[in-house]
Ligand binder design. Structure first.
Ligand code: FAD
Length: 432
């Protein structure tokens, strides 16, 4: 039987190929890079075993958790804790802890009892949640998250909403889509208490999904080829095929599971697909920078992560706590900003200085490694939901999967996995 070819071995492509393999559909996955994982992959800057960026999952990532269970990675490879947010403010620390109450009472309790909020901020935060609840976490037409938060005190926006918005959408408040922001808040806080749990990979990302998924696919007769870039997609009366350095391979269906900026040139080679290529190009992108700082093994935050109301670093994750790399901290800077003008050395030094100023008793960082992803995510701006394509394309047999398709989710692991799984299910239905 002619296989389905999946182009791209990121989390969307791996999810699609795993779903197909599980259904007994022959599948071949091509990945241009030497390793699988795409924008969520292991990296080793300067010999440090880390990732291309610190990744956090939440309990509401249903499809991702199901996929990780299927390939044997969850729950063992995830470090899980009930929602705990600590953000360092100019005057104290905002400390929000979800108690063991059913959703959404746990959120109301957490906000009502949070330390480090001024009384007006607490009231405003609760009023915001109540309003969102009444509006079923939906706003139409779409507006910016800044507009959604227009009545919230500036300090609360800086300490809570802005770091959350950047972590979820990787898009600045003034541009970020309120529809997508509310969708994630709804999924995380209104259904089951454990949906709000925070899950950190206990291992480098390559061991979490890419390697177990590859094993799973190959065990079921599928194949995976890395260092193999698809250079063209071909369609004629007899079907479709993928052209790469290894030749032309016929496919029953093709799932193009690359980032939108890599899908667009492959689509643009075909006149009927040029409008779709333009639609993908119009999505735009946003960066994420991660600065890894190595300290002596006894240096620790004493918790998984800490946010900052002011400064360049938005979140600091202690990899000693979450994955046993003692003394290694990851400083995360999501979205665009003035830091983009700094070169890697200057950015690393700025972040290290910032941390030294906050933790004066810590020794200086022994090693600093900067990983920058200029196109980490698509820009999840106002109206972006309308510009996101579905899986089906005008070309029969050609399908799209990736975090940017119309799942309603921002560019996240869950968005990518949902997209891959849904796309594969549509093909499985057609092949039955
Ligand atoms: C630094 C960083 C931090 C992040 N943090 C989080 C987080 O905390 N939580 C979260 O949920 N999400 C996070 N994300 C987002 C998440 O990683 C992405 O949404 C997700 O990985 C996208 O997966 P994808 O499969 O859609 O696309 P990709 O990962 O881009 O996969 C596409 C794959 O296609 C391959 N490819 C491209 N062109 C070709 C070709 N012609 N032939 C063959 N292969 C090709 C690429 O090499 C790539 O492997 C983060 C992303 C980054 C970059």
């Amino acid at each position: 039987m002619t296989p389905v070819i999946v182009v791209g071995g990121g989390w969307a492509g791996l999810a699609a190929a795993t779903e197909l393999a599980a259904a007994g559909v022959p599948v071949h996955l091509l990945e241009s890079a030497p390793q699988l994982g795409g924008r969520a992959r292991s990296a080793d800057p300067g010999g440090l075993a880390v990732d291309n960026g610190q990744h956090l999952l939440i309990g509401a990532y249903r499809e991702t958790l199901q996929l990780l269970r299927r390939v044997g990675a969850a729950p063992a490879l995830l470090w899980r804790e009930p929602l705990q947010l600590s953000v360092l403010r100019a005057h104290g620390t905002l400390q929000l802890t979800a108690p063991p109450l059913p959703a959404p009472l746990h959120l109301a309790w957490a906000l009502g009892r949070a330390d480090g909020l001024l009384p007006g901020e607490r009231r405003a935060a609760l009023a915001f949640c109540l309003r969102a609840w009444r509006q079923r976490f939906h706003v139409a037409p779409d507006i910016s998250v800044a507009a959604l938060l227009a009545d919230q005190p500036a300090g609360l926006v800086r300490a809570l909403w802005e770091p959350l918005c950047l972590a979820i959408l990787n898009t600045p408040l003034a541009q970020a889509s309120a529809q997508v922001f509310l969708r994630v808040l709804r999924d995380a806080f209104t259904r089951r208490r454990h949906d709000a749990d925070l899950l950190h990979p206990r291992t480098v990302l390559g061991h979490l999904l890419p390697e177990p998924a590859r094993h799973y696919i190959e065990q079921r007769g599928g194949s995976v080829t890395t260092r193999c870039r698809a250079s063209a997609l071909e369609f004629d009366g007899n079907g479709c095929s993928v052209v790469s350095a290894t030749g032309r391979q016929a496919a029953s269906h093709i799932i193009l599971a690359t980032a939108p900026w890599h899908a667009a040139p492959l689509l643009a080679m075909h006149a009927p697909l040029q409008p779709l290529a333009q639609q993908l190009t119009a999505l735009g992108s946003a960066p994420i920078a991660t600065v890894y700082l190595s300290y002596p093994a006894d240096v620790t935050l004493g918790r998984a992560m800490l946010g900052f109301e002011h400064g360049l670093t938005q979140w600091l994750v202690d990899r000693g706590v979450v994955c046993g790399q003692r003394g290694l901290l990851a400083a995360v800077i999501s979205g665009p900003g003035t830091h983009m003008a700094l070169d890697a050395k200057a950015l690393g030094a700025r972040v290290a200085d910032e941390i030294a100023g906050r933790f004066r008793h810590w020794p200086v960082a022994q090693q600093i490694r900067v990983v920058r992803e200029k196109r980490a995510t698509f820009l999840c701006d106002v109206g972006s939901n309308r510009r996101r394509p579905s899986h089906a394309t005008p070309q029969p047999g050609l399908w799209l999967a990736g975090d940017y398709t119309d799942t309603g989710y921002p560019a996240t692991l869950e968005g990518a996995v949902r997209s891959g799984v849904q796309c594969a299910r549509r093909i499985i239905d057609l092949l039955r």
